[in-house]
Design a binder for this molecule. Structure first.
Ligand code: C2E
Ligand code: CA
Ligand code: CA
Length: 679
């Protein structure tokens, strides 16, 4: 290479050396000159042929015919060989290096051989032919160098070797008559070498920058591929995410090949996941999601795409014949699998799953619509009981639309003070005195007409509006009942409120604001929450009790809880559900069940309230069984505070002053011993 500050000997020598260190450059050089090589050989052959015709002498057959013929044949063979090379596509780096070396040697040999032949026959020609010969030799030399231009070493070697031999020979031949030609060619040769050198630097730079561009392009592609992968993957589970699912659905739709019953979506929503997250922290929640993802992946068939589409939501896209049947089988299997308990951070955790299925069993369904239907079917299951599987039915939509509308109305209702609190008296079973009041929400000022609590409470739970709604009831009830200093107050608390870590603080705040005595407040909770979160429920109940409040188990008898099990929670009261009272007649099975329950609970230090008491007969049986308090239409419907005050004040003074004594002992001796044993 040319050194900085001028050529040195080593630098000059380097101009002629083969540099095969850079395989990309070698390949590019090879590709470039391999296209020129046939041309180079054809020029050589044509020039040899022209000289052969010019110099032909029958008496010098070897010199003027055989040798040029051999040169022509070799030239043609080589031209054909190069012609058949398709650049460098099929050759390895080593083969290319080998070819370059060979070409370098061969090019020099061929030019020298041609020149040597030229010098050899020079004497045979007249002045005219000699002029031709010099011209052809010089022409061959120049065209060879230009054809080999991209291969510096070969071009330089050819240029140097042919120029030197030419100059030396023609400086002396014919008594120096050709000296001018020799000198001209010397300059031409030097000029060609400079051009070759410069051209090669540019060529190498071009190849290098092309390579850099390629590398950068590859890098960019790799990066964007990685970005794409990240964008379509859920970071926690490593599963495809919602975007990926939608894109797959979109592709299926675009392909337009979906025949009837070839596509189904199984939509899975975990039940009780939020509770686990709240109770055990996000780490436990994350671990659970990972564990469930792994288990779902294992049971997913090959034709299915499993995606995590939300915090605790998964969807499986099935693209196979008989998709609906496959989805149903899969859903059942998933229900079983998800229900299995897992050990996380030394806790045995368990969740359930509400599963919805939608398919194109009836024919074409738009991709997004399919996902929406599966989601709707899941939602339908979620709102009634959870833990099951539903296949989409158009009727589900109506229910959902109505629920959405009510959700919106609740928001407006809170803002516009459309809600009201009614109070239902709870009387002492023995004295008939109003011992407490249950606060029940009402929606009298709803623009579309009043709605029963059971038609909007669970919607409010779903939307989270139960929190402001519940606090509104608590605060209003504390204010309303504050003046009834002997009266206790029962307020319903939904599981969502009880789960809320801020709930305790909010209750304490309301008590402080309203100056309501904590020991007068009873919170009613239902069984559902206890079963899902036993440890957490126990801790929360303990804290409320420590604040002075009491906790009642509402709707007892509708679930599966045994009384023994309840004792561990520390309830002070249980409320027997009104459904248990419907068949309450002397000697009936229902009355045995209810009285047995009362005795057991009493034996375990819990007081019993019976709700839904409508007849004197029911009240009598309950009193007889030792029930402590009674609530129901027999004693009063839920009513506005003004009406309640009237009813309370209408009680004879003696009754209002009565102090509710200790629970009466069971009257039947058999039940008495039963209760003792159970205790
Ligand atoms: P619940 O807690 O079991 O309340 C008792 C329900 O039984 C009330 O219905 C009450 O009107 C009704 N009831 C009372 N006595 C009788 C009777 O003798 N016969 C019959 N058939 N029914 C009787 P309501 O007010 O419609 O409330 C229904 C449910 O809505 C409540 O059941 C409770 O779970 C929920 N709820 C009501 N208010 C609230 C609230 O402020 N917060 C929460 N979280 N839930 C509430
Ligand atoms: Ca209640
Ligand atoms: Ca109840």
């Amino acid at each position: 290479m040319m050194m900085k500050g001028g050529p040195t000997l080593r630098g000059f020598a380097a101009l002629f050396s083969l540099d095969l260190d850079d395989p990309d450059l070698a390949r590019a050089q090879f590709r470039s000159f391999s296209h020129q090589m046939p041309l180079l050989y054809i020029i050589l052959v044509l020039n040899a042929f022209a000289l052969m015709v010019d110099f032909y002498r029958p008496d010098s057959l070897v010199k003027t015919f055989v040798v040029p013929l051999i040169i022509c044949v070799i030239g043609l063979v080589r031209a054909r060989w190069w012609w058949r090379q398709d650049g460098a596509a099929t050759l390895s780096d080593r083969e290319i290096a080998h070819q370059i070396r060979r070409t370098c040697a061969l090019a020099v040999m061929m030019t020298l051989a041609f020149e040597a032949w030229g010098f050899w026959i020079y004497d045979l020609g007249d002045a005219y032919a000699r002029g031709h010969l010099t011209f052809f030799l010089a022409l061959t030399q120049v065209s060879c160098v230009f054809c080999l231009m991209t291969m510096r070493a070969a071009a330089m070697r050819v240029a140097l070797a042919s120029t030197l031999t030419f100059v030396v020979y023609f400086s002396f031949v014919d008594q120096g008559q050709m000296l001018v030609e020799a000198i001209v060619l010397l300059f031409v040769g030097a000029g060609m070498m400079v051009v070759t050198y410069r051209f090669n630097i540019d060529f190498a730079n071009l190849i290098r920058s092309q390579r850099n561009l390629r590398l950068r392009q590859a890098e960019t592609e790799k990066l964007s591929e990685e970005n794409r992968r990240i964008a379509l993957t859920d970071a926690l589970s490593g599963l495809p995410n919602r975007r990926k699912l939608l894109s797959c659905l979109g592709q299926l739709e675009a392909s337009g090949t979906a025949k009837a019953d070839t596509l189904a979506i199984v939509f899975i929503d975990l039940d009780g996941f939020k509770d686990i997250n709240d109770a055990h922290g996000h780490h436990a929640g994350d671990t659970l999601i990972k564990s469930i993802s792994a288990r779902l992946t294992k049971i997913c068939p090959e034709q299915a795409l499993l995606a995590r589409v939300g915090g605790d939501e998964f969807a499986i896209l099935i693209d196979a014949p008989d998709a609906t049947a496959m989805a149903q089988q899969l859903a059942t299997r998933i229900g079983e699998e998800i229900g299995l308990p897992v050990l996380i951070d030394r806790h045995v955790l368990q969740v359930g799953a509400s599963i919805g299925i939608a398919s194109n069993s009836e024919g074409f369904v738009d991709a997004n619509e399919l996902l929406r239907r599966a989601d709707t079917a899941m939602y339908h299951i979620k709102t009634r009981g959870k833990g099951e599987v539903a296949i989409y039915d158009p009727a589900f939509d109506e229910g959902r639309i109505r629920r959405l509308a009510i959700g919106r109305e609740i928001g407006n209702g809170l803002a516009n003070a459309e809600f009201e609190v009614f109070y239902q008296p709870v009387v002492s079973a023995q004295t008939g005195e109003i011992a407490s009041a249950e606060a029940l929400i009402r929606w009298p000022r709803r623009p579309d007409g009043p709605l029963d609590p059971q038609d909007f409470i669970d919607i409010a739970e779903g939307t989270g509006q139960i929190h402001p709604l519940g606090l509104f009831v608590l605060e209003r009830a504390c204010r309303d009942l504050k003046p009834f200093s002997r009266l206790k107050l029962s307020v319903n608390v939904s599981p969502a409120q009880f789960r809320d870590p801020g709930f305790e603080r909010q209750v304490a705040h309301v008590l402080e604001q309203t100056q309501f005595e904590p020991h007068r407040l009873q919170l009613e909770i239902t069984e559902g929450y206890l079963l899902a979160q036993p440890e957490r429920a126990i801790r929360a109940i303990e804290r409320f009790k420590a604040m002075g409040m009491s906790i009642a188990l509402d709707d007892f008898g509708t679930g599966f809880t045994s009384i023994h099990y309840l004792q561990s929670y520390g309830f002070s009261h249980i409320k027997i559900d009104k459904s248990l009272l419907s068949g309450l007649q002397p000697g009936s099975k229902a009355s045995l069940l209810v009285t047995g329950t009362i005795y057991l609970a009493s034996g375990l230090d819990m007081r019993v309230i019976a709700e839904g008491v409508e007849t004197e007969q029911q009240a009598e049986i309950l009193r007889e069984a030792g029930c402590h308090k009674l609530q129901g239409y027999l004693f009063g419907h839920p009513m506005p505070i003004a009406e309640f005050r009237e009813a309370y004040e209408a009680q004879p003074e003696s009754l209002r002053q009565a102090i509710i004594g200790p629970p009466p002992a069971p009257k039947s001796p058999a039940l008495r011993s039963f209760a003792r044993k159970s205790a």
